[in-house]
Unconditional design. Sequence first.
Length: 318
Amino acid sequence: MKNNKILISVVIPSYNRANTVGYTIDSIIAQKVNAKIEIVIGDDCSTDNAREVLLQYKEKYPDIIRLFFWEKNLGLGANWASCIKECKGKYICNCDNDDYWHNLDKLQLQLDHMESHPDCNVLITNHRCHNRDTGVITEEVAKIDRTIPLQKAMWGGSSFCNATIMYRADFMKAHLDLDEFINRRLSLQDWPAWVILAAYSDFDVLPISTATFGIETTSITRPDSVERLAKRYEKDREVCRYLGELFPNKFPYSDEMWGKYANGRLAAKAFDLKQFENAKKYSKNSTGLSFVKYVCAQNKILFRLFIALRSLKNKLTE
């Protein structure tokens, strides 16, 4: 290592998940990189024993880990933004507390690319998905739809893992209003950041698998009930409202438009959970729901028939 200056900051926005956050930290500590790194962790008032786990790691790696315990629950986006403001590195990476880095050379590979490509501001890689219920791990290729403008692709034409990303810190902080993420208590951190940054720079892709996305049965982004999903969409509303304010011509927002979109997703969730009353409730003023599902959601007999036929189809294709 040539100097003692922090070159890479790794952010972990933490809330609960005491059972996985240690593995996340271990995977970062294990990186083979010729640079000084720091791990910036913000704990958002965890209710399990995650804080105790984090304190043990802080004691074990006092020169690497910088640990912040917020006095009140901020929400994911605000927690992340608060951590970003604390970062000292030239480059910033993310790794959520249920993800991990399986490639020991991740940081070095990305650092080499960023240093040799000074015009590169955002760098992503391929990733894996780890279903912790089944134990199945699958390889995934980072995808960005290059047939449409990059911002549109970030809005809904891309597929990659937040844990793979490396940002050039000065670029990132110049174009993201972190105080807005905090003051609005945004429920998401990665997606709105990508949409905003895509207005100012391309995203480079390294065709190498570096990080693993942990899939839990239930999480902030995968609620296990219609009611919890409804609460999530109510929080996500502010994210889309904010992006609509920043880019009104590209991403127009209205409460009515958002309500119809959310209702469509809630009705689809009700079909997944075989809940007729919720399917009927949310389908009536919705968008994005297929015509067949809409019709079946209005009649309990048709709804039950749809569920039965879907179950039969799934068995036949197993």
